[in-house]
Design a protein around this ligand. Structure first.
Ligand code: AMP
Length: 290
């Protein structure tokens, strides 16, 4: 497994793989890896990528003032061992100064789909995400890039950017990997201590409650979202930031009767901000097309 620390090294690796005719798969992460991240590597391989690169970069431009950039968990040695075991071919670990050298002044902004949900709570977040992902795409030159459905709005932002800027990269969404009790895996789960870890189940419990109602025939979006919201609202250690029903493809708000809906929730459990989502109803063909 090759370690690449600069954009130039990443580009040289990508050029060499392309010269060999390999299909390159890219898995961007912020590190402190878990099974959810490793599932993205498997998805890249299953998508026929002969050369898979993962990236580890805690991107300062996607963190707001007072957020957890400094204390975001990091463990490079452990991450590298996990990626090696998962059969990754190269890991790109640029430093902040490699990505944002003195004088950096160019940003990518996806408008519509970045608004609302996490975009409302975290101003500038998706501008930071779109900018860093564009830079990773330009350095790693992938044919395929894999992102988790856990970060549902982020996936929609990246699909929009990839389409609008003609990157010509296939964006693949990978299903949410959960702990045994339903909690969506996240590097930030390490912040959940004691009672907060137990309380954190309320997000997925609400989403599963909505799924049970949907499976029993309920089709009213507000009823489904209300059921999801209630589990978190009634958890004393949790504070709901949003619970919304959105179109699974466009993420536009939905209410009334639905055939398919994505329910997204964000909540603070103690000091820790968590997000989760579920899509109910049949997946629309072409959802994965960028
Ligand atoms: P992060 O390191 O949190 O920025 O996540 C890197 C990538 O892993 C993103 O595409 C996430 O959506 C994805 N990811 C994070 N957690 C999960 C999970 N529990 N299941 C599937 N994908 C995930």
């Amino acid at each position: 497994m090759e370690l690449l620390r600069t954009p130039a090294a990443m580009r040289a690796w990508a050029d060499a793989r392309r010269a060999e005719g390999a299909r390159i798969g890219l898995v961007p992460t912020m590190g402190y890896l878990h099974e959810g991240h490793l599932s993205l590597v498997s998805v890249a391989k299953d998508a026929g990528c002969e050369a898979v690169a993962a990236t580890i970069f805690v991107n300062p431009t996607q963190f707001g003032v007072g957020e957890d950039f400094e204390k975001y968990p990091r463990d490079e040695a452990r991450d590298l061992a996990m990626l090696d075991a998962a059969g990754v071919d190269a890991v790109y670990l640029p430093g902040v100064k490699d990505m944002y050298p003195e004088g950096h002044q160019t940003f990518v902004e996806v408008t519509g789909v970045s608004r609302g949900l996490c975009g409302a709570a975290r101003p500038g977040h998706f501008r930071g995400v779109a900018t860093v992902v564009a830079k990773l795409f330009l350095a790693a030159k992938p044919h395929v890039a894999v992102f988790g459905e856990k970060d549902c709005q982020q996936l929609a932002v990246i699909r929009a950017m990839t389409r609008d800027l003609d990157f010509g990269i296939e964006i693949v969404g990978a299903p949410i990997v959960r702990e045994g009790d339903g909690l969506a895996m996240s590097s930030r789960n390490v912040y959940l201590k004691g009672e907060d870890r137990i309380a954190a189940r309320c997000l997925s419990r609400g989403l599963f409650r909505a799924k049970a109602l949907f499976d029993a025939g309920e089709r009213d979006a507000d009823t489904l979202v209300g059921a999801a919201r209630k589990e978190t609202e009634t958890e004393p250690r949790a504070k709901v930031e949003y619970a919304e029903g959105r179109d699974p493809v466009t993420l536009t708000p939905l209410s009334g009767r639905v055939d398919a809906v994505t329910i997204l929730v964000a909540a603070k459990v103690g000091p820790t901000r968590l997000i989760d989502n579920i899509t109910l109803g049949k997946m629309i063909p072409g959802r994965d097309a960028s």
